[in-house]
Each structure stands twice: as structure tokens, then as C-alpha cells.
Design a protein around this ligand. Structure first.
Ligand SMILES: *Cc1c(COP(=O)(O)O)cnc(C)c1O
Length: 234
């Protein structure tokens, strides 16, 4: 049996680190949304995190999330899909989460939009960017993001709220910050275009190993899993 209180201890540590990163660059804590990443975590533990004040959770896989959802105390909690979404799962997930952070193609966006329209809803989404240009990673190349935004603009079943990225594993603080800074530049460049239906208010970047650097470079959403729940057991 794991000690129950480790979740609240870990959350306090993460909270402190968020505050410190904000202080380092003169940002306010309220500018940052902590999304607790609950993939592989069982419902009772997720509920404990929620009882400790977690208000946003992120899950990677549609199947896993839908299986756990009936057991979660989601009152006042927002749910985000953060993992790669296959087009054949769109039908199941639209209407089940507050936001889809991982839109990485026009086709996927069109399918989400169509499904949302037939449910009479608008789905908030982020566009996932492969900022590190890594070969096997999902996400749109940074050079293609602007063009994609113009293509997403007319889709009335989605509302693009910003960008998301999973950074490559880098070891120095300087390298991490340089990459997140590149992402922030892209974010504000696109925001400056004022594209219809493309809001650019959220920048989701930073995980357990790099959320401090992400905050220092302008993240508004961080996605933290193992620093809260411990090492994942698959
Ligand atoms: C697993 C995952 C995270 C959290 O990773 P940790 O290193 O455990 O904090 C964040 N974002 C995405 C997309 C993930 O898949």
C-alpha cells in the first residue's frame, strides 16, 4: 500500500515550484493552469488529487479515459485529452472532454468539428506543434502552423484556443528555455495575425521535467504527471 498523503505532499512541492518559477520572471500564479496528467493512474488516486484541489486533469487515451470516467468525481473539474487522437476515436471523445489539446491535422480537426456540430456544441482545441522537429513525434511542423490556422478558421464546430507542444528531452535549463521561447514566439506571431476563430490564449507546454522552464517562457497550461503521481506503472 502506498501512503495516501504522498499526493498532497507532491502537489505542494509542484505548487511551490510553480510559484518560484512565476516569481523568477514576474508572472502571477493565476496565469498558469496546472493540468494533472492522470494516464495509468487509478480513479481512487485521481479522486484524491481532486480532493487536494486539482481542477484540471489530462488523459492520453480515449479508451482509458472513458473507462475511468464513471468513477471520477469530476464536479468542477475540467478534462483535457492530451494524447494523439486517432480519427476513428473522434466520435467517442467529442462531448466527453472539456478540451482536446492534440489536434495535429486538418482532417482530424474537420472530423472533430463535424462531430461537434452534430452534437450542437463547439469543442475548444489546441494545435499540437512538433517544436523540436523530432521525426517520430506527432504535431505539426512549426513552419506549417500558420497555414493550418487559416484552414481551421472556418471550422465552426471547433474553437482554436492556442498551441500545445511536447518538448524533446533536453538536459540544460538554457536549452529547454530556448525551445520554449521559440514556441512562445510562434504563439505570439500567430496571435498577431488576428485570424477569425483562432483565439491564441493558451500555450500548453511543460511536463514534470521541464514545467519550470516552460512557465518562465510563457506557458499558460502545464501538464504534470509523474511529479504528482510518482513514476508510472504500465
Ligand atoms: C504523459 C504526458 C505528460 C506528463 O508527463 P510527466 O513527465 O509524467 O509529467 C504531459 N503531456 C503529455 C502529452 C503526456 O503524454
Amino acid at each position: 500500500m502506498r501512503e495516501k498523503s504522498y499526493i498532497s505532499d507532491n502537489l505542494s512541492l509542484v505548487e511551490q515550484a510553480i510559484h518560484d518559477a512565476c516569481d523568477a520572471v514576474g508572472r502571477r500564479r493565476e496565469e498558469i493552469t496546472l493540468t494533472a496528467v492522470t494516464k495509468t493512474v487509478e480513479p481512487s488516486i485521481i479522486n484524491e488529487a481532486i480532493a487536494c484541489g486539482v481542477t484540471h486533469i489530462g488523459e492520453n487515451r480515449v479508451q482509458e479515459f472513458l473507462a475511468k470516467k464513471p468513477f471520477l468525481n469530476l464536479d468542477g473539474v475540467q478534462t483535457h485529452l492530451i494524447g494523439h487522437l486517432q480519427t476513428n476515436k473522434v466520435r467517442q471523445i467529442v462531448g466527453e472532454v472539456s478540451m482536446i489539446q492534440s489536434v495535429d491535422s486538418l482532417r482530424l480537426a474537420q472530423m472533430i468539428s463535424d462531430r461537434a456540430k452534430s452534437n450542437d456544441m463547439t469543442v475548444p482545441v489546441l494545435v499540437e506543434v512538433n517544436i523540436g522537429g523530432e521525426e517520430q513525434k506527432s504535431g505539426v511542423a512549426s513552419t506549417d502552423v500558420e497555414e493550418l490556422m487559416y484552414q481551421l478558421s472556418p471550422l465552426s464546430g471547433i474553437q482554436v484556443r492556442g498551441l500545445m507542444t511536447v518538448a524533446p528531452i533536453l538536459h540544460s535549463e538554457a536549452e529547454k528555455r530556448a525551445l520554449f521561447s521559440k514556441m512562445y514566439q510562434l504563439f505570439i506571431d500567430i496571435r498577431a495575425k488576428n485570424i477569425d476563430n483562432i483565439l491564441m490564449q493558451d500555450l500548453s507546454m511543460g511536463m514534470s521535467g521541464d514545467y519550470r522552464e516552460a512557465i518562465m517562457e510563457g506557458a499558460t497550461i502545464i501538464r504534470v504527471g509523474s511529479a504528482i503521481f510518482g513514476k508510472r506503472q504500465y
